[in-house]
Design a protein around this ligand. Structure first.
Ligand code: NAD
Length: 499
């Protein structure tokens, strides 16, 4: 793998847009250069697409949808294409994982796991393409049959962030395609490589030209053109709450449907009766996976007061063994932060937390930090009003608070503008069920952390967004329902008397 990485450093990949089945650069030749955050070396270039490129991609999607070939295609054929893409992802898994690691700086093993999970999602969506169906009503009287058709919603814009580039795209794109939609994808300008590589597999798998168009570029103009367009029927946006709000405002133009997956500040609730070793490990995993640059990161630890100090000390101890370093090194669990701006934001929020009274148990701004490596950090004596308890930091930072009763734990867990996920550590069934039912979040893990399955839907409560991705609900999200009232036999009643 190191050989392949070195070859990539020597010859960075020139990625291209994919519009109407054709691979090309940006209309004005503009290019975005991507350096590996961990190595500071160029690893790829993407087109810096213009508004005109975005419009060309939207037109291609609109034309393909209106032509109806994919929208009315037999589900079995859609399934074949999606299955073939899954196969090609697996076939190219090592290269995809390497590009993902070099662009994001996530450890290579994690990238490999994400690529394989992405393939699973394409496989699952292939199954869903054959299972999608509407409904019928045979109870409307002898002369009326009601049909509920489930139709593709139309042209979907999919806009994705930089933290799990292929995975997040694969939670959306195959589901939209399974439903029969045409799509315009805009990946993050920091990590567009694997999305543009995916375009080649779509072509190879025989997806008709124009059904899926993938263009790189910055939020404005490319993302903005997609959310503004009256030719786009739905936008699936994943990213910050700030841009999510802009997407809601722009959707007013043609009242487009939105599915939004936004920020989070998810709690890990640790009760004294739990398996403490498993909880320590799970809490660390939830807080530090992908360097904490994870929408469902367990970034708030709520721990039962009588074990709080001991638990905090065990956390700090275990964190000493968590290796931070070159993401290509198999021993590394923590790579570099995505870019300087994000690094600065993490340091600033930690400093603000300390100013407000939090104590650093371990980590914090390294004195002689080299590059973009930010160490796992635990902040104690945090109170619910502090910025480190409320704001999404998107770095490996855990803010610790304590509680005395389950009611207080649930109240603290819900004391957030966000509601994406929660992690509950207890061996008491009643406590586990009370937390699972009363915490307002889209996903709850009990005595486990972060496992995902294509079958289960994901999404957020409150300001974490709306709509659901993956699972049966994830395909249905990309459909419209239509009721057909079918007169059986001759209509005997007349509106105009005597007719
Ligand atoms: P971001 O909002 O800055 O960017 C996300 C995408 O939106 C990028 O492709 C970007 O180019 C595009 N964009 C930016 N401005 C735009 C505009 N005006 N119009 C249209 N598109 C625009 O977010 P990010 O920094 O890439 O990712 C980090 C954020 O994403 C975090 O807040 C995190 O919680 C969130 N996130 C959420 C989930 C989830 O599933 N809920 C998953 C991953 C990340």
């Amino acid at each position: 793998m190191l050989d392949l990485a070195n070859r990539l450093f020597e010859a960075p990949i020139t990625h291209q847009n994919f519009i109407a089945g054709v691979f090309n650069g940006a209309a004005d030749g503009g290019v975005i250069q991507r350096e590996s955050p961990a190595h500071g070396r160029l690893v790829g270039t993407y087109p810096a697409s213009t508004r005109a490129d975005a419009e060309a991609a939207i037109t291609a999607a609109r034309d393909s949808f209106d032509a109806g070939h994919w929208a009315f295609e037999y589900g079995g054929e859609r399934a074949r294409v999606l299955r073939d893409v899954a196969r090609l992802i697996r076939q190219n898994a090592e290269e995809l994982a390497l590009v993902e690691t070099l662009e994001t700086s996530k450890p290579l093993d994690a990238a490999r796991g994400e690529v394989m999970f992405a393939a699973e999602l394409w496989d699952y969506a292939a199954g869903a393409a054959r299972m999608l169906s509407g409904d019928s009503h045979n109870t409307l009287g002898q002369s009326m049959l009601g049909l509920v058709l489930r139709e593709p919603i139309g042209v979907v814009g999919i806009i994705t962030p930089w933290n799990f580039p292929l995975l997040i795209l694969s939670e959306r794109l195959p589901f939209a395609l399974a439903a029969g939609c045409s799509v315009v994808v805009k990946p993050s300008e920091f990590t567009s490589g694997t999305a543009l590589m995916l375009a080649r597999y779509l072509k190879q798998a025989g997806l008709p030209d124009g059904v899926c168009n993938i263009i790189a570029g910055t939020g404005d103009p490319v993302g903005q053109a997609i959310i503004d367009s009256n030719d786009v029927d739905m936008v699936a946006f994943t990213g910050s709450t700030r841009v999510g709000r802009a997407t809601i405002a722009a959707s007013a133009g043609n009242i487009k449907k939105l599915s939004l997956e936004l920020g989070g500040k998810s709690p890990s609730l640790v009760f004294a009766d739990c398996d403490l070793d498993a909880a320590v490990d799970g809490v660390i995993k939830a807080a530090t996976i992908n360097m904490g640059e994870c929408c469902i990161a367990g970034s708030r630890l709520l721990v039962e007061a009588r074990i709080a100090e001991a638990f905090q000390n065990r956390l700090a101890e275990r964190l000493e063994d968590l290796r931070m370093g070159d993401p290509l090194d198999p021993a590394s669990r923590i790579g570099a932060i995505i870019n300087q701006a994000q690094y600065d934001r993490i340091s600033e929020l930690v400093r603000d937390g300390v100013r407000e009274g939090a104590d650093i148990v371990c980590g914090g701004d390294p004195e002689n930090h080299s590059g973009l490596f930010y160490p796992p950090t635990v902040l104690a004596n945090v109170t619910p009003d502090m910025c480190v308890a409320r704001e999404e930091i998107f770095g490996p930072v855990l803010s610790v608070m304590s509680f005395k009763t389950a009611d207080e734990a649930i109240r603290l867990a819900n004391d957030s503008d966000f509601g994406l996920a929660a992690y509950v550590w207890t061996n008491d069934l009643s406590t586990a069920l009370a937390c699972s039912r009363r915490i307002r979040a889209g996903r709850v893990w009990v005595n486990s952390a972060l496992q995902g399955f294509p079958e289960l839907p994901l999404g957020g409560f409150k300001q974490s967004g709306n709509g659901r991705e993956t699972g049966r609900y994830g395909v249905e999200e990309y459909t419209e329902l239509k009721s057909v009232h079918l007169q059986v036999g001759r209509q005997s009643e007349r509106w105009v008397e005597g007719a």
